[in-house]
Design a protein around this ligand. Sequence first.
Ligand code: C2O
Ligand code: CU
Length: 515
Amino acid sequence: MTDGGTRRIRTVLLGVLSAMLLLCGIGTAVVTWVWTGGVIDTTGKVDFVNRLAVPPLAPSRIDGQGRRVFDLRAQPGRRDFGAGGPTATWGFDGDYLGPTLRARRGEKVLVNVVNGLGEPTSVHWHGMHLPAAMDGGPHQMVRPGATWSPRWTIDQPAATLWYHPHPHGRTADHVYRGLAGMFLLDDGASDRLALPRRYGVDDFPLIVQDRKFDSGGRLDHGRGALGGVGILGDTLLVNGTVGPYLDVSTERVRLRLLNGSNARTYDFGFADGRGFALIGTDGGLLAAPHRTGRIRLSPGERAEVVVSMRPGERAVLRSFPPETGVDFFNSRFTGGDDTFDVLELRAAGTLAPAPEVPTRLVPIDPLDPASAVTQRRFRLSGRQINGRAMDPERIDFAVTRDTTEIWELVKQDGTPHSFHVHDVQFQVLSVDGAPPPPELAGWKDTVLLTAGRPMRIIARFTDHADPNMPYMFHCHLLDHEDRGMMGQFVVVEPGQRPGRPPTGHGHTQGHAEHP
Ligand code: C2O
Ligand code: CU
C-alpha cells in the first residue's frame, strides 16, 4: 500500500473514532442531565407566605326521616395558585377541592351529588363501609346536570376518610383538576379520648398534592416519560395552598394527613427531626399511639398525628425520599429520590395547654386467621391484576356475606403499586412473613406494595350483599387504575351466585332523589 493510502485510512479511522467519542460524550451528558433532572429537592426553597386554607365544614340539615343531608356540587372554577396566571380547576362547591363532610357513627346520611361539569363523573366515598350501589364507583356515574343521591348508615369507627371521583378511565384527570375532599367520622369512643378535636383550631386536615404548572399557570397534564406512574408534580399544595404556613395556638395539634396525589408517595417527618405520635391510620385510631419521626403515605392513604410545639417556635413538615420498594433507577423516576418542604407550623408566643396523648386509644380486635374461609392471591404487574385488566362487565369473584377472607398481595414488577379495597377496612396479617410494623397495625384500606415482600391482609365482609353491584379493588396510583389495574367483586348471600353488573358501561344515572 502506498504511503498516501495508509494516511487516508488513518484519517478515516480517526474521524470515525472522534465521531464515536463525541456521540458517547453527548450520550453521557444527556443521561446525566435526565438522571439529575429526575430529582426534585425543595428543601429551604419554599417561601411559606400563604396562610394554610382549611376546607370549610360542609353545612348539613336533618330531613324528615332523621337523615343528615349534605349537598355537593362538582363544578369548574378558577384559582390563582400564584403560578403565573389563573388556573382552570374543578372543585366541589368551590373552585378547588371540596368541603369537609362530617358525620357520626350510627347516623343516616344522604348526599345530593350534583354534576355541574360538562362530562360525566362520580363521587366515591373512599374508606366508607356502605352498599355497593352507594359507593360512587364506575357504576354510579352522574350525567352532566344530574343529581345522584346515595344514602347509607355510618357503621364504622371514627376515622379520616375522603371522597373523590371514580369514573372509569378518567379518575386521574378528575382528581388532578381538583375534585377531592375529606369525610370525617366521629364516634363515642373517640369523643372520650383527650385528643385535639376542634376542627380548624387544634385539629387540621392536610390534603397533600403535587401539581405541575406551565408558564401560563395552567395545570400541566404531562406524564413523566420514564417513571410509568403518571403525573408527578414539582409544586406541593396543602389544602390547595402553595407555600403554606399554619398558625398554632395550642401546645399540641392533630394533623390529619391525606395523600391526595395521583402518583407520588411521601415520607413525612419534621425538618428538625422532632418526633410525633401516630394515632390513626386509614380506617381509624390505633390501639395505642406509635411514637415515630416518619410516616410514609402512598396515594389515598391517611395518617393522624399529634405534634407538640413550644411557644414561639417554627417547625417545617417535610417529605423525605420515600422507600417505595423499587430499584434505584425506577426510584429516581417515580419520585423516590425527591424531598419537599411541605408546611411551616408557627407557634404563637403563648400556647393554650393541651393534655398528653393518652397511652391507650381504641380497642382493635384482631381478626382471626383461623376463621378465614377463603384465601385469594392478587398478583400486580404492569397495569393488570392476576393477568387481567379491568372490565366493567366482568365480576372477578364473589365473597360470601358474613365471612372472613385472607388476601395475599404480591407485586411482580419494578414499578410502584399499591392495593386498595372498597367496602371494607382490613388488617395486615404479615409483610413478607413478618408481623406488620406499628403503622400497619390498625385499620387500613390502602397499602403500598414492595417488590418481593408479599403482604397478607384479612377482612370481614359483614353485610350489604348484592350479587349484581360490584365493589372495586385496585392500585391507587390513579394512572394505573385508569389503565386497567382494577377488578371487581360482589358480596353475595350464602349459596347465591354472582349476577351481572349493570350493562352498558358509562351508564349514568340522574334520577331525582326518591326517599
Ligand atoms: Cu380512592 Cu377506588 O378509590
Ligand atoms: Cu400501580
